[in-house]
Design a protein around this ligand. Structure first.
Ligand SMILES: [Zn+2]
Length: 608
Protein backbone atom coordinates (compact mmCIF):
# COMPACT_ATOMS: atom_id res chain seq x y z
CA UNK A 1 0.00 0.00 0.00
CA UNK A 2 1.46 3.42 0.86
CA UNK A 3 5.19 3.78 0.60
CA UNK A 4 5.42 5.72 3.86
CA UNK A 5 4.52 2.71 6.01
CA UNK A 6 6.09 -0.70 5.83
CA UNK A 7 3.94 -3.70 4.96
CA UNK A 8 4.84 -5.10 8.39
CA UNK A 9 3.24 -2.15 10.15
CA UNK A 10 0.08 -2.34 8.07
CA UNK A 11 -0.14 -6.09 8.55
CA UNK A 12 0.28 -5.82 12.33
CA UNK A 13 -2.49 -3.23 12.45
CA UNK A 14 -4.79 -5.50 10.45
CA UNK A 15 -3.97 -8.40 12.76
CA UNK A 16 -4.66 -6.52 15.96
CA UNK A 17 -7.70 -4.45 15.07
CA UNK A 18 -10.98 -6.09 14.25
CA UNK A 19 -13.06 -4.09 11.76
CA UNK A 20 -16.31 -5.17 13.42
CA UNK A 21 -15.04 -3.87 16.75
CA UNK A 22 -13.76 -0.66 15.13
CA UNK A 23 -17.02 0.04 13.30
CA UNK A 24 -18.84 -0.79 16.54
CA UNK A 25 -17.51 2.47 17.99
CA UNK A 26 -19.76 4.31 15.55
CA UNK A 27 -22.51 1.92 14.53
CA UNK A 28 -24.55 -0.70 16.37
CA UNK A 29 -23.96 -3.84 14.32
CA UNK A 30 -26.09 -6.97 14.30
CA UNK A 31 -24.86 -10.35 13.10
CA UNK A 32 -26.78 -11.76 10.16
CA UNK A 33 -25.28 -15.02 9.03
CA UNK A 34 -21.68 -14.41 8.01
CA UNK A 35 -21.86 -10.63 8.08
CA UNK A 36 -22.71 -7.85 10.50
CA UNK A 37 -25.07 -5.07 9.45
CA UNK A 38 -26.06 -1.64 10.76
CA UNK A 39 -27.04 1.87 9.75
CA UNK A 40 -24.52 3.41 7.36
CA UNK A 41 -22.37 6.15 8.94
CA UNK A 42 -21.81 7.73 5.53
CA UNK A 43 -25.35 8.45 4.40
CA UNK A 44 -28.78 9.05 5.95
CA UNK A 45 -29.64 5.39 6.25
CA UNK A 46 -33.17 4.34 7.23
CA UNK A 47 -32.69 0.57 7.18
CA UNK A 48 -29.40 -1.23 7.75
CA UNK A 49 -27.46 -1.09 4.46
CA UNK A 50 -23.99 -1.07 5.95
CA UNK A 51 -22.42 -4.51 5.90
CA UNK A 52 -19.18 -5.68 7.46
CA UNK A 53 -17.55 -8.99 6.66
CA UNK A 54 -15.77 -10.22 9.81
CA UNK A 55 -13.84 -12.88 7.93
CA UNK A 56 -12.74 -10.56 5.12
CA UNK A 57 -12.35 -7.45 7.28
CA UNK A 58 -14.02 -5.33 4.61
CA UNK A 59 -17.17 -3.19 4.65
CA UNK A 60 -19.67 -2.23 1.99
CA UNK A 61 -22.79 -0.07 1.99
CA UNK A 62 -25.57 -1.21 -0.32
CA UNK A 63 -27.12 2.25 0.00
CA UNK A 64 -24.35 4.67 -0.96
CA UNK A 65 -21.71 2.29 -2.31
CA UNK A 66 -19.05 3.21 0.27
CA UNK A 67 -16.67 0.36 0.85
CA UNK A 68 -13.19 -0.70 1.86
CA UNK A 69 -11.00 -1.91 4.66
CA UNK A 70 -10.31 -0.56 8.14
CA UNK A 71 -8.02 2.22 6.91
CA UNK A 72 -10.61 3.39 4.42
CA UNK A 73 -13.30 3.31 7.12
CA UNK A 74 -11.29 5.54 9.46
CA UNK A 75 -10.28 7.90 6.63
CA UNK A 76 -13.87 8.41 5.57
CA UNK A 77 -15.37 8.51 9.04
CA UNK A 78 -12.81 10.91 10.54
CA UNK A 79 -12.22 12.86 7.32
CA UNK A 80 -8.48 12.26 7.51
CA UNK A 81 -5.84 11.06 5.07
CA UNK A 82 -4.26 7.63 4.86
CA UNK A 83 -1.19 8.51 6.99
CA UNK A 84 -3.39 9.90 9.77
CA UNK A 85 -5.60 6.81 9.62
CA UNK A 86 -2.56 4.56 9.95
CA UNK A 87 -1.38 6.62 12.91
CA UNK A 88 -4.75 6.50 14.60
CA UNK A 89 -5.06 2.74 14.19
CA UNK A 90 -1.44 2.09 15.12
CA UNK A 91 -1.95 4.04 18.33
CA UNK A 92 -5.11 2.04 19.04
CA UNK A 93 -3.26 -1.20 18.38
CA UNK A 94 -0.26 -0.14 20.46
CA UNK A 95 2.12 -0.38 17.52
CA UNK A 96 4.92 2.20 17.53
CA UNK A 97 5.46 4.04 14.25
CA UNK A 98 8.83 5.32 13.10
CA UNK A 99 9.24 9.10 13.26
CA UNK A 100 8.26 10.73 10.02
CA UNK A 101 10.05 14.06 10.07
CA UNK A 102 9.16 14.79 6.45
CA UNK A 103 5.45 15.01 7.19
CA UNK A 104 4.60 17.97 9.42
CA UNK A 105 0.87 17.31 9.72
CA UNK A 106 1.32 13.77 11.01
CA UNK A 107 3.79 14.80 13.65
CA UNK A 108 1.52 17.60 14.73
CA UNK A 109 -1.44 15.33 15.51
CA UNK A 110 0.82 12.71 17.01
CA UNK A 111 2.34 15.33 19.32
CA UNK A 112 -1.12 16.41 20.46
CA UNK A 113 -2.05 12.86 21.45
CA UNK A 114 1.32 12.30 23.11
CA UNK A 115 1.13 15.56 25.07
CA UNK A 116 -2.33 14.65 26.34
CA UNK A 117 -1.20 11.17 27.36
CA UNK A 118 1.82 12.60 29.19
CA UNK A 119 -0.24 15.34 30.84
CA UNK A 120 -2.90 12.84 32.00
CA UNK A 121 -0.11 10.78 33.51
CA UNK A 122 1.35 13.83 35.22
CA UNK A 123 -2.02 14.87 36.69
CA UNK A 124 -2.71 11.34 37.93
CA UNK A 125 0.61 11.19 39.77
CA UNK A 126 -0.05 14.61 41.30
CA UNK A 127 -3.36 13.38 42.70
CA UNK A 128 -1.77 10.48 44.56
CA UNK A 129 1.38 12.38 45.54
CA UNK A 130 2.25 15.10 48.02
CA UNK A 131 0.20 18.24 47.39
CA UNK A 132 -2.75 16.15 46.24
CA UNK A 133 -4.34 15.87 49.71
CA UNK A 134 -6.97 18.58 49.17
CA UNK A 135 -8.04 17.09 45.84
CA UNK A 136 -8.21 13.58 47.32
CA UNK A 137 -10.32 14.91 50.18
CA UNK A 138 -12.60 16.70 47.74
CA UNK A 139 -13.15 13.57 45.63
CA UNK A 140 -13.76 11.54 48.76
CA UNK A 141 -16.41 14.04 49.84
CA UNK A 142 -18.06 13.62 46.46
CA UNK A 143 -18.22 9.89 47.26
CA UNK A 144 -16.12 8.78 44.32
CA UNK A 145 -14.53 5.40 45.04
CA UNK A 146 -10.83 4.78 44.31
CA UNK A 147 -11.82 2.31 41.56
CA UNK A 148 -13.88 5.03 39.86
CA UNK A 149 -11.01 7.53 40.03
CA UNK A 150 -8.73 4.87 38.56
CA UNK A 151 -11.20 3.89 35.84
CA UNK A 152 -11.70 7.47 34.68
CA UNK A 153 -8.03 8.35 35.19
CA UNK A 154 -8.72 11.33 37.44
CA UNK A 155 -5.90 13.65 38.35
CA UNK A 156 -4.98 16.90 40.01
CA UNK A 157 -3.43 20.06 38.54
CA UNK A 158 -1.11 21.56 41.13
CA UNK A 159 -1.61 25.06 42.45
CA UNK A 160 1.20 26.43 40.30
CA UNK A 161 1.64 28.52 37.16
CA UNK A 162 4.09 26.13 35.51
CA UNK A 163 4.03 22.72 37.22
CA UNK A 164 2.71 20.90 34.14
CA UNK A 165 4.44 23.00 31.48
CA UNK A 166 7.84 22.62 33.17
CA UNK A 167 7.41 18.84 33.22
CA UNK A 168 6.31 18.67 29.57
CA UNK A 169 9.00 21.09 28.33
CA UNK A 170 11.56 18.91 30.11
CA UNK A 171 10.29 15.98 28.05
CA UNK A 172 11.18 17.88 24.88
CA UNK A 173 7.94 19.44 23.66
CA UNK A 174 7.96 23.10 22.68
CA UNK A 175 5.80 25.85 24.15
CA UNK A 176 4.11 26.19 20.75
CA UNK A 177 3.10 22.51 20.86
CA UNK A 178 1.78 22.84 24.41
CA UNK A 179 -0.19 25.90 23.38
CA UNK A 180 -1.73 24.07 20.44
CA UNK A 181 -2.69 21.24 22.82
CA UNK A 182 -4.42 23.84 24.98
CA UNK A 183 -2.60 23.00 28.21
CA UNK A 184 -0.84 26.38 28.42
CA UNK A 185 -2.15 29.88 27.78
CA UNK A 186 0.04 32.72 26.44
CA UNK A 187 0.15 35.74 28.71
CA UNK A 188 -1.85 38.71 27.45
CA UNK A 189 1.19 40.97 27.72
CA UNK A 190 4.90 40.66 28.31
CA UNK A 191 5.33 37.26 26.62
CA UNK A 192 5.56 33.88 28.28
CA UNK A 193 2.74 31.57 29.23
CA UNK A 194 1.10 29.80 32.16
CA UNK A 195 -0.63 26.48 32.86
CA UNK A 196 -4.31 26.52 31.90
CA UNK A 197 -5.32 24.15 34.72
CA UNK A 198 -4.26 25.13 38.24
CA UNK A 199 -5.45 23.72 41.56
CA UNK A 200 -8.24 21.77 39.97
CA UNK A 201 -9.42 18.18 39.91
CA UNK A 202 -8.70 17.00 36.38
CA UNK A 203 -10.92 14.70 34.41
CA UNK A 204 -9.42 13.40 31.15
CA UNK A 205 -11.80 13.49 28.19
CA UNK A 206 -11.34 10.57 25.80
CA UNK A 207 -12.43 9.87 22.26
CA UNK A 208 -14.14 6.58 21.35
CA UNK A 209 -10.72 5.04 20.80
CA UNK A 210 -9.88 5.85 24.44
CA UNK A 211 -7.20 8.42 23.58
CA UNK A 212 -7.11 11.36 25.96
CA UNK A 213 -7.97 14.35 23.73
CA UNK A 214 -8.82 17.07 26.26
CA UNK A 215 -9.24 17.81 29.97
CA UNK A 216 -12.00 19.09 32.17
CA UNK A 217 -10.97 20.76 35.41
CA UNK A 218 -13.14 21.48 38.44
CA UNK A 219 -12.23 23.82 41.28
CA UNK A 220 -12.12 22.42 44.81
CA UNK A 221 -14.09 25.31 46.27
CA UNK A 222 -16.53 27.93 44.98
CA UNK A 223 -14.06 29.82 42.79
CA UNK A 224 -15.31 30.69 39.32
CA UNK A 225 -15.34 29.33 36.74
CA UNK A 226 -16.40 26.15 38.48
CA UNK A 227 -15.62 24.04 35.40
CA UNK A 228 -12.92 24.68 32.84
CA UNK A 229 -12.46 22.63 29.67
CA UNK A 230 -9.67 22.41 27.11
CA UNK A 231 -10.24 24.60 24.05
CA UNK A 232 -11.02 22.98 20.71
CA UNK A 233 -7.88 21.61 19.04
CA UNK A 234 -7.23 19.55 15.90
CA UNK A 235 -8.04 16.42 17.98
CA UNK A 236 -10.87 17.77 20.17
CA UNK A 237 -14.18 19.44 19.42
CA UNK A 238 -16.50 20.08 22.35
CA UNK A 239 -19.51 20.14 20.05
CA UNK A 240 -18.72 16.63 18.93
CA UNK A 241 -17.22 14.67 21.83
CA UNK A 242 -19.36 13.16 24.54
CA UNK A 243 -17.75 12.48 27.90
CA UNK A 244 -17.95 8.81 28.89
CA UNK A 245 -18.95 7.46 25.47
CA UNK A 246 -15.81 5.31 25.39
CA UNK A 247 -16.93 3.60 28.61
CA UNK A 248 -20.68 3.62 27.89
CA UNK A 249 -20.37 2.03 24.48
CA UNK A 250 -20.72 -1.61 25.47
CA UNK A 251 -23.70 -0.99 27.73
CA UNK A 252 -25.27 1.10 24.99
CA UNK A 253 -24.74 -1.66 22.46
CA UNK A 254 -26.57 -4.19 24.63
CA UNK A 255 -29.44 -1.98 25.85
CA UNK A 256 -29.82 0.36 22.87
CA UNK A 257 -30.41 3.22 25.31
CA UNK A 258 -28.08 6.15 25.91
CA UNK A 259 -28.62 8.57 28.79
CA UNK A 260 -27.34 12.13 28.31
CA UNK A 261 -26.55 14.30 31.34
CA UNK A 262 -24.70 17.57 31.71
CA UNK A 263 -21.57 17.07 33.81
CA UNK A 264 -18.71 14.62 34.09
CA UNK A 265 -19.30 14.18 37.81
CA UNK A 266 -22.82 13.05 36.92
CA UNK A 267 -21.32 10.49 34.56
CA UNK A 268 -18.82 9.21 37.12
CA UNK A 269 -21.40 9.00 39.92
CA UNK A 270 -23.97 7.16 37.81
CA UNK A 271 -21.39 4.77 36.35
CA UNK A 272 -20.19 4.04 39.88
CA UNK A 273 -23.79 3.31 40.84
CA UNK A 274 -24.08 0.79 38.02
CA UNK A 275 -25.79 2.92 35.35
CA UNK A 276 -23.02 2.66 32.78
CA UNK A 277 -24.92 3.90 29.71
CA UNK A 278 -24.60 7.54 30.77
CA UNK A 279 -22.62 10.22 28.89
CA UNK A 280 -22.33 14.00 29.21
CA UNK A 281 -22.04 16.92 26.85
CA UNK A 282 -19.07 19.16 27.55
CA UNK A 283 -20.56 22.52 28.41
CA UNK A 284 -22.63 22.76 25.23
CA UNK A 285 -26.15 21.82 24.23
CA UNK A 286 -26.53 18.73 22.07
CA UNK A 287 -25.37 19.45 18.53
CA UNK A 288 -26.02 17.71 15.20
CA UNK A 289 -22.44 16.41 15.42
CA UNK A 290 -23.23 14.72 18.76
CA UNK A 291 -26.26 13.07 17.23
CA UNK A 292 -24.22 11.97 14.28
CA UNK A 293 -21.82 10.27 16.71
CA UNK A 294 -24.59 8.39 18.54
CA UNK A 295 -27.55 7.91 16.26
CA UNK A 296 -26.27 4.69 14.75
CA UNK A 297 -25.29 3.29 18.14
CA UNK A 298 -28.60 3.67 19.89
CA UNK A 299 -32.31 3.26 19.36
CA UNK A 300 -33.33 5.43 22.29
CA UNK A 301 -31.88 8.54 23.93
CA UNK A 302 -32.92 9.75 27.37
CA UNK A 303 -32.19 13.41 28.05
CA UNK A 304 -31.89 14.12 31.75
CA UNK A 305 -32.44 17.76 32.65
CA UNK A 306 -33.53 20.21 35.28
CA UNK A 307 -37.20 21.08 34.96
CA UNK A 308 -36.38 24.78 35.45
CA UNK A 309 -37.11 27.28 32.65
CA UNK A 310 -33.54 27.06 31.30
CA UNK A 311 -33.70 23.27 31.25
CA UNK A 312 -37.06 23.32 29.51
CA UNK A 313 -35.76 25.76 26.90
CA UNK A 314 -32.77 23.46 26.31
CA UNK A 315 -35.09 20.48 25.84
CA UNK A 316 -37.24 22.46 23.41
CA UNK A 317 -34.19 23.38 21.35
CA UNK A 318 -33.28 19.72 20.86
CA UNK A 319 -36.65 18.91 19.27
CA UNK A 320 -35.57 20.24 15.89
CA UNK A 321 -32.46 18.08 16.05
CA UNK A 322 -34.26 14.87 16.84
CA UNK A 323 -37.52 14.99 14.94
CA UNK A 324 -36.06 14.23 11.49
CA UNK A 325 -34.12 11.24 12.84
CA UNK A 326 -36.88 8.78 13.73
CA UNK A 327 -35.03 7.98 16.95
CA UNK A 328 -36.90 7.47 20.19
CA UNK A 329 -36.09 10.38 22.50
CA UNK A 330 -37.37 10.57 26.06
CA UNK A 331 -36.87 13.24 28.66
CA UNK A 332 -36.41 12.60 32.35
CA UNK A 333 -36.91 15.47 34.80
CA UNK A 334 -34.81 15.60 37.93
CA UNK A 335 -36.72 16.20 41.13
CA UNK A 336 -36.09 19.30 43.21
CA UNK A 337 -33.29 20.79 41.14
CA UNK A 338 -30.84 18.02 42.07
CA UNK A 339 -28.29 16.97 39.49
CA UNK A 340 -27.81 13.22 38.90
CA UNK A 341 -24.58 13.22 40.92
CA UNK A 342 -26.29 14.56 44.06
CA UNK A 343 -29.33 12.39 43.51
CA UNK A 344 -27.23 9.23 43.39
CA UNK A 345 -25.06 10.27 46.35
CA UNK A 346 -27.95 11.35 48.55
CA UNK A 347 -30.72 8.95 47.55
CA UNK A 348 -28.95 6.07 45.87
CA UNK A 349 -28.84 4.52 42.43
CA UNK A 350 -32.48 3.43 42.61
CA UNK A 351 -33.62 7.05 42.84
CA UNK A 352 -31.81 7.78 39.58
CA UNK A 353 -33.25 4.65 37.96
CA UNK A 354 -36.71 5.78 39.03
CA UNK A 355 -36.12 9.13 37.32
CA UNK A 356 -35.15 7.31 34.12
CA UNK A 357 -38.16 5.03 34.35
CA UNK A 358 -40.48 8.01 34.74
CA UNK A 359 -39.15 9.50 31.51
CA UNK A 360 -41.62 10.29 28.78
CA UNK A 361 -41.33 11.00 25.06
CA UNK A 362 -39.65 14.30 24.25
CA UNK A 363 -42.44 15.17 21.87
CA UNK A 364 -45.13 14.63 24.53
CA UNK A 365 -43.14 16.80 26.90
CA UNK A 366 -42.75 19.56 24.32
CA UNK A 367 -46.40 19.51 23.26
CA UNK A 368 -47.36 19.69 26.91
CA UNK A 369 -45.30 22.88 27.13
CA UNK A 370 -46.85 24.27 23.93
CA UNK A 371 -50.39 23.46 25.00
CA UNK A 372 -50.26 23.19 28.80
CA UNK A 373 -53.30 21.95 30.71
CA UNK A 374 -55.77 24.81 31.04
CA UNK A 375 -58.92 26.45 29.81
CA UNK A 376 -59.33 26.09 26.05
CA UNK A 377 -62.96 27.09 25.75
CA UNK A 378 -62.19 30.38 23.98
CA UNK A 379 -61.33 30.28 20.29
CA UNK A 380 -58.30 32.54 20.86
CA UNK A 381 -56.82 30.11 23.39
CA UNK A 382 -57.32 27.22 20.94
CA UNK A 383 -55.73 29.14 18.06
CA UNK A 384 -52.74 30.34 20.09
CA UNK A 385 -51.91 26.87 21.42
CA UNK A 386 -52.42 25.25 18.01
CA UNK A 387 -50.10 27.80 16.39
CA UNK A 388 -47.36 26.83 18.87
CA UNK A 389 -47.90 23.07 18.66
CA UNK A 390 -48.49 22.50 14.95
CA UNK A 391 -44.94 23.26 13.75
CA UNK A 392 -43.70 20.65 16.24
CA UNK A 393 -46.16 18.06 14.96
CA UNK A 394 -45.41 18.90 11.34
CA UNK A 395 -41.69 18.26 11.80
CA UNK A 396 -42.21 14.70 13.09
CA UNK A 397 -40.67 12.21 10.68
CA UNK A 398 -42.88 9.30 11.68
CA UNK A 399 -46.46 9.45 10.36
CA UNK A 400 -47.90 7.23 13.08
CA UNK A 401 -46.32 9.35 15.77
CA UNK A 402 -47.68 12.45 14.05
CA UNK A 403 -51.19 10.96 14.00
CA UNK A 404 -50.99 9.90 17.62
CA UNK A 405 -50.03 13.34 18.91
CA UNK A 406 -52.49 15.09 16.65
CA UNK A 407 -55.21 13.11 18.41
CA UNK A 408 -53.77 14.05 21.78
CA UNK A 409 -53.69 17.75 20.83
CA UNK A 410 -57.27 17.66 19.51
CA UNK A 411 -58.34 16.24 22.88
CA UNK A 412 -56.49 18.85 24.86
CA UNK A 413 -57.73 21.81 22.79
CA UNK A 414 -61.23 20.35 22.43
CA UNK A 415 -61.25 20.70 18.66
CA UNK A 416 -62.03 18.11 15.99
CA UNK A 417 -59.24 15.93 14.67
CA UNK A 418 -60.24 16.96 11.12
CA UNK A 419 -59.63 20.65 11.78
CA UNK A 420 -56.15 19.90 13.15
CA UNK A 421 -55.46 17.67 10.17
CA UNK A 422 -56.31 20.59 7.85
CA UNK A 423 -54.15 23.00 9.82
CA UNK A 424 -51.29 20.50 9.75
CA UNK A 425 -51.62 19.91 6.01
CA UNK A 426 -51.59 23.67 5.44
CA UNK A 427 -48.47 24.01 7.55
CA UNK A 428 -46.68 21.15 5.83
CA UNK A 429 -47.31 22.53 2.34
CA UNK A 430 -46.05 25.96 3.45
CA UNK A 431 -43.08 24.24 5.02
CA UNK A 432 -42.24 22.41 1.82
CA UNK A 433 -42.38 25.65 -0.15
CA UNK A 434 -39.72 27.00 2.19
CA UNK A 435 -41.84 29.26 4.40
CA UNK A 436 -40.54 27.56 7.54
CA UNK A 437 -37.02 26.38 8.18
CA UNK A 438 -36.89 22.95 9.74
CA UNK A 439 -33.66 21.06 10.02
CA UNK A 440 -33.64 17.97 7.85
CA UNK A 441 -31.25 15.09 7.64
CA UNK A 442 -29.01 15.49 4.60
CA UNK A 443 -30.15 13.49 1.57
CA UNK A 444 -28.39 10.25 0.80
CA UNK A 445 -25.62 10.43 -1.74
CA UNK A 446 -26.81 8.85 -4.96
CA UNK A 447 -25.43 5.50 -5.98
CA UNK A 448 -22.58 5.61 -8.44
CA UNK A 449 -24.09 5.01 -11.85
CA UNK A 450 -23.40 1.51 -13.03
CA UNK A 451 -25.08 -0.92 -15.36
CA UNK A 452 -26.30 -4.17 -13.80
CA UNK A 453 -23.59 -6.78 -13.70
CA UNK A 454 -24.09 -10.27 -15.11
CA UNK A 455 -25.17 -12.43 -12.18
CA UNK A 456 -22.85 -15.36 -12.92
CA UNK A 457 -19.81 -13.07 -13.15
CA UNK A 458 -20.80 -11.39 -9.90
CA UNK A 459 -21.07 -14.74 -8.12
CA UNK A 460 -17.77 -16.03 -9.48
CA UNK A 461 -15.94 -12.78 -8.67
CA UNK A 462 -17.42 -12.83 -5.15
CA UNK A 463 -16.29 -16.44 -4.72
CA UNK A 464 -12.80 -15.44 -5.86
CA UNK A 465 -12.60 -12.50 -3.46
CA UNK A 466 -13.98 -14.56 -0.60
CA UNK A 467 -11.58 -17.42 -1.27
CA UNK A 468 -14.39 -19.88 -2.02
CA UNK A 469 -12.97 -20.77 -5.37
CA UNK A 470 -9.55 -22.09 -6.34
CA UNK A 471 -7.80 -20.17 -9.07
CA UNK A 472 -7.07 -23.13 -11.32
CA UNK A 473 -10.50 -23.20 -12.88
CA UNK A 474 -10.61 -19.44 -13.37
CA UNK A 475 -7.14 -19.40 -14.91
CA UNK A 476 -8.23 -22.12 -17.32
CA UNK A 477 -11.28 -20.06 -18.11
CA UNK A 478 -9.25 -16.89 -18.57
CA UNK A 479 -10.15 -13.53 -17.03
CA UNK A 480 -11.36 -12.43 -20.45
CA UNK A 481 -14.40 -14.56 -19.66
CA UNK A 482 -15.60 -11.63 -17.56
CA UNK A 483 -17.50 -9.25 -19.81
CA UNK A 484 -17.92 -6.65 -17.05
CA UNK A 485 -14.72 -4.56 -17.12
CA UNK A 486 -14.65 -3.92 -13.36
CA UNK A 487 -15.22 -7.57 -12.46
CA UNK A 488 -12.55 -8.55 -14.99
CA UNK A 489 -10.15 -6.15 -13.27
CA UNK A 490 -10.99 -7.69 -9.90
CA UNK A 491 -10.43 -11.21 -11.25
CA UNK A 492 -7.08 -10.13 -12.67
CA UNK A 493 -6.09 -8.67 -9.30
CA UNK A 494 -7.05 -11.88 -7.50
CA UNK A 495 -5.08 -14.00 -9.96
CA UNK A 496 -2.05 -11.74 -9.80
CA UNK A 497 -2.10 -11.58 -5.98
CA UNK A 498 -2.02 -15.36 -5.76
CA UNK A 499 0.77 -15.52 -8.34
CA UNK A 500 2.91 -13.19 -6.25
CA UNK A 501 2.35 -15.25 -3.11
CA UNK A 502 3.49 -18.59 -4.41
CA UNK A 503 3.17 -21.29 -6.99
CA UNK A 504 0.09 -22.97 -5.48
CA UNK A 505 -2.22 -22.61 -8.41
CA UNK A 506 -5.40 -23.49 -6.59
CA UNK A 507 -4.79 -21.47 -3.42
CA UNK A 508 -7.46 -18.87 -2.71
CA UNK A 509 -6.23 -15.28 -2.43
CA UNK A 510 -6.90 -13.28 0.72
CA UNK A 511 -9.44 -10.50 0.29
CA UNK A 512 -7.38 -7.93 2.15
CA UNK A 513 -4.35 -8.66 -0.03
CA UNK A 514 -6.50 -8.12 -3.08
CA UNK A 515 -7.93 -4.97 -1.58
CA UNK A 516 -4.42 -3.67 -0.94
CA UNK A 517 -3.48 -4.37 -4.56
CA UNK A 518 -6.46 -2.35 -5.73
CA UNK A 519 -5.09 0.84 -4.22
CA UNK A 520 -5.67 3.76 -6.54
CA UNK A 521 -8.21 1.86 -8.65
CA UNK A 522 -11.38 3.29 -7.23
CA UNK A 523 -13.91 1.15 -9.12
CA UNK A 524 -12.11 -2.12 -8.51
CA UNK A 525 -11.54 -1.32 -4.84
CA UNK A 526 -15.22 -0.58 -4.31
CA UNK A 527 -16.22 -3.71 -6.17
CA UNK A 528 -13.89 -5.82 -4.00
CA UNK A 529 -15.51 -4.48 -0.85
CA UNK A 530 -18.95 -5.16 -2.30
CA UNK A 531 -17.96 -8.68 -3.33
CA UNK A 532 -16.44 -9.39 0.08
CA UNK A 533 -19.85 -9.00 1.72
CA UNK A 534 -21.77 -10.70 -1.08
CA UNK A 535 -24.50 -12.74 0.61
CA UNK A 536 -24.99 -16.45 -0.03
CA UNK A 537 -27.76 -18.85 0.78
CA UNK A 538 -25.24 -20.91 2.69
CA UNK A 539 -26.17 -24.50 1.98
CA UNK A 540 -26.44 -23.70 -1.73
CA UNK A 541 -23.35 -21.51 -2.02
CA UNK A 542 -20.84 -24.03 -3.35
CA UNK A 543 -23.30 -25.36 -5.85
CA UNK A 544 -24.21 -21.85 -6.98
CA UNK A 545 -20.54 -20.97 -7.49
CA UNK A 546 -20.00 -24.19 -9.36
CA UNK A 547 -23.05 -23.56 -11.54
CA UNK A 548 -21.93 -20.03 -12.27
CA UNK A 549 -18.42 -21.07 -13.28
CA UNK A 550 -20.00 -23.70 -15.50
CA UNK A 551 -22.31 -21.04 -16.92
CA UNK A 552 -19.30 -18.86 -17.72
CA UNK A 553 -17.48 -21.85 -19.22
CA UNK A 554 -20.52 -22.66 -21.32
CA UNK A 555 -20.77 -19.04 -22.38
CA UNK A 556 -17.09 -19.01 -23.34
CA UNK A 557 -17.54 -22.19 -25.37
CA UNK A 558 -20.69 -20.72 -26.81
CA UNK A 559 -18.83 -17.61 -27.85
CA UNK A 560 -16.17 -19.80 -29.45
CA UNK A 561 -18.89 -21.80 -31.21
CA UNK A 562 -20.40 -18.64 -32.59
CA UNK A 563 -16.95 -17.51 -33.69
CA UNK A 564 -16.41 -20.74 -35.56
CA UNK A 565 -19.84 -20.67 -37.13
CA UNK A 566 -19.22 -17.14 -38.29
CA UNK A 567 -15.82 -18.06 -39.68
CA UNK A 568 -17.24 -21.10 -41.43
CA UNK A 569 -19.99 -19.02 -42.97
CA UNK A 570 -17.37 -16.54 -44.08
CA UNK A 571 -15.26 -19.35 -45.46
CA UNK A 572 -18.25 -20.96 -47.14
CA UNK A 573 -19.14 -17.67 -48.75
CA UNK A 574 -15.56 -17.42 -49.82
CA UNK A 575 -15.71 -21.00 -51.08
CA UNK A 576 -18.69 -20.13 -53.24
CA UNK A 577 -16.74 -17.21 -54.56
CA UNK A 578 -13.79 -19.53 -55.22
CA UNK A 579 -16.05 -21.80 -57.24
CA UNK A 580 -17.43 -18.82 -59.13
CA UNK A 581 -13.93 -17.63 -59.78
CA UNK A 582 -12.81 -21.12 -60.75
CA UNK A 583 -15.72 -21.30 -63.18
CA UNK A 584 -14.82 -17.89 -64.55
CA UNK A 585 -11.19 -18.93 -64.72
CA UNK A 586 -12.28 -22.00 -66.63
CA UNK A 587 -14.40 -19.91 -69.00
CA UNK A 588 -11.54 -17.50 -69.58
CA UNK A 589 -9.15 -20.36 -70.28
CA UNK A 590 -11.55 -21.76 -72.86
CA UNK A 591 -12.00 -18.35 -74.44
CA UNK A 592 -8.27 -17.83 -74.71
CA UNK A 593 -7.80 -21.24 -76.25
CA UNK A 594 -10.56 -20.57 -78.75
CA UNK A 595 -8.98 -17.29 -79.77
CA UNK A 596 -5.53 -18.83 -80.06
CA UNK A 597 -6.90 -21.65 -82.20
CA UNK A 598 -8.70 -19.17 -84.47
CA UNK A 599 -5.48 -17.22 -84.91
CA UNK A 600 -3.37 -20.28 -85.71
CA UNK A 601 -5.67 -22.04 -88.29
CA UNK A 602 -4.90 -19.79 -91.30
CA UNK A 603 -1.18 -19.84 -90.54
CA UNK A 604 -1.15 -23.58 -90.50
CA UNK A 605 -3.11 -23.53 -93.79
CA UNK A 606 -0.50 -21.25 -95.41
CA UNK A 607 2.42 -23.31 -94.15
CA UNK A 608 0.78 -26.75 -94.86
ZN1 LIG B 1 -24.07 4.22 2.95
Amino acid sequence: MGKAFSDDVLRSIRERIDLVELVGAYVALKRTGRNAVGLCPFHADKRPSFTVSPSKQLFHCFGCGAGGDLFRFVMQRESIGFPEAVQLLARKAGIPLPDRAEDGVDRRRQALYDIHAAAADHFRRKLSGRGGEAARRYLHERRLAPETLEAFGLGYAASSWDDLSAALLAKGWTAAQLEEAGVIVPRASGGGWYDRFRHRVICPIRDVHRNVVAFGGRVLDDTLPKYLNSPDTPIFNKGRHLFGLDRAREAVASTGTLVVVEGYFDVMATHQAGCVNVVATLGTALTPAHLDAIRRLVTRVVLVFDPDPAGVRAALRTVDLFTPLDLRVDVASLPGGKDPDRLVVEEGADAFRAVLEASRPLIAFVLDQMAPPGDYRSVDAKKAAAARAIPVLAALANAIERDHYRGWLADRLQVSDASLRDALAGHRSRDRSGAEGVRRAPPARPLAPSSPRPRAELVVAAALVQGRLGLGRVRALGTSAFTDPVLREVAELVCSSAASEGPLDASPASASTVWALAEGREDAARAIAELAVFGWADEEADKEVDDCVTEMEIRCLDVRMQDITRTITELELKAERVIELQQEQHRLKQAIERLREAKQVPARAVGG
